[in-house]
Design a protein around this ligand. Structure first.
Ligand code: ZN
Length: 203
């Protein structure tokens, strides 16, 4: 068995992308979802990852979800963070949810994991999403129902997370559709100072 795991380790060429949902009570409320007692997670393929720059709105069905994305280091502690968009095909998700079906098609389509530049992790991070210059979402790690450490601990109870994996931490209230022609701007703040800005044109 030991040999088998060693072989798998050498075959592992990409990170897993874990995503937490309903970590912000206000966002759970706006979608009419119950606020879970324990965090809930899903997976995106690492092949879904793209950088900012251009977003395909898939005819206007894609919703923005700004999230802080964490990269896990030694002891699974978050070492780096980045602005991220957990793009979601909302009507597809609603249809799948109504049928109690897995929602991979709504969450793990090509280009659905938009990630900006990695910077050193700081638990005081705040982030803002603007569309065409208007603020639509604002969040900070301290507003979440669980700390990043608690999310990782709870995920590690059942998931094979390893160093190098990525965690989308969930989105604050204010999600909505993107339209072709929209300009999306995400900003990351520390103590009121903007330390990173990413933008994308919607097509
Ligand atoms: Zn999300």
């Amino acid at each position: 068995m030991t040999l088998r795991f060693d072989v798998l380790d050498t075959l592992r060429v990409s990170m897993d992308v874990w995503c937490a949902i309903r970590t912000y009570p206000k966002h759970a409320e706006e979608l009419g979802n119950p606020i879970p007692q324990e965090p809930v997670f899903f997976l995106k393929s690492s092949s879904c990852i793209v950088s900012f720059g251009q977003i395909d709105t898939c005819g206007g069905d894609v919703h923005h979800e700004i999230e802080l994305v964490l990269k896990l280091g030694d002891d699974l502690m978050p070492t780096e963070m980045a602005l991220g968009l957990d793009l979601t095909k909302r009507s597809v998700q609603d249809r799948l949810k109504a049928g109690s079906l897995p929602w991979a098609e709504a969450k793990a389509f090509s280009g659905s994991a938009v990630i900006g530049d990695w910077v050193e992790y700081n638990p005081n991070a705040e982030y803002v999403l603007q569309i065409n210059g208007n603020e639509v979402q604002r969040g900070s790690l301290v507003e979440m129902s669980w700390t990043p450490r608690e999310l990782i601990d709870k995920l590690s109870n059942w998931a094979p997370i390893v160093k190098g994996d990525i965690l989308f931490t969930g989105t604050p209230a204010g999600v909505g559709p993107l339209e072709a022609g929209d300009v999306v701007t995400a900003s990351l703040y520390l103590d009121g100072t903007c330390i990173d800005t990413q933008s994308a044109d919607c097509v």
